[in-house]
Design a protein around this ligand. Structure first.
Ligand code: SF4
Ligand code: SF4
Ligand code: SF4
Length: 155
């Protein structure tokens, strides 16, 4: 989000991406560079251009990986993330109870609560990796965790 606010936000598609938001996600992951947005090279966007360059620094263009971190000390095993994750909801109806995963878990299942703590089973089917459009901005698990135990990061 921080990178997005310095983009022109016109969704002109000159970068080859469908929206400025999509470009900002790729910028965050090191898949594109600031100069890949042609309008940013115009004098009227110089300030935003310089700010983006400063924020990204030497990490610009370095490929980053999605990580979903679960803080064991904060998690109380409430199961809300298990229930609200749209991938769990779509493919694993049994996970809607929050705490009763099937064994073995359905291949798409991302979260489950084991021994009173949430565990990330896998990340491959997260919408941030598999989907297009706005689904790539999914932040449902992080937003709905009442204990702020979920953190979405690119490292
Ligand atoms: S070229 Fe720049 S302004 Fe146009 S859609 Fe891409 S990021 Fe947005
Ligand atoms: S970001 Fe969305 S799809 Fe990915 S694990 Fe979290 S809730 Fe599920
Ligand atoms: S929503 Fe948060 S506190 Fe609840 S199980 Fe998930 S990570 Fe743990």
């Amino acid at each position: 989000m921080e990178l997005y606010k310095f983009l022109p936000k016109t969704n002109c598609k000159k970068c080859g991406k469908p929206t400025c938001m999509a470009f900002s996600l790729d910028l965050l992951q090191g898949k594109v560079k600031v100069d890949d947005c042609p309008p940013l090279l115009e004098p009227k966007y110089k300030k935003q251009y310089d700010t983006l360059k400063e924020i990204l620094g030497s990490e610009e263009g370095q490929q980053k990986e999605l990580k979903i971190k679960l803080d064991e000390d904060l998690c109380d095993g409430c199961g809300i993330c298990v229930t609200v994750c749209p991938v769990n909801a779509r493919y694993c109806p049994s996970s809607l109870s929050g705490k009763a995963p099937e064994y073995p878990p359905e291949e798409h299942q991302l979260f489950q609560v084991i021994g009173g703590k949430c565990e990330l089973l896998k990340i491959e089917h997260c919408r941030r990796l598999e989907s297009g459009g706005r689904e790539r901005e999914c932040r449902v698990c992080e937003t709905y965790c009442p204990r702020e135990a979920v953190k979405i990061e690119y490292v």
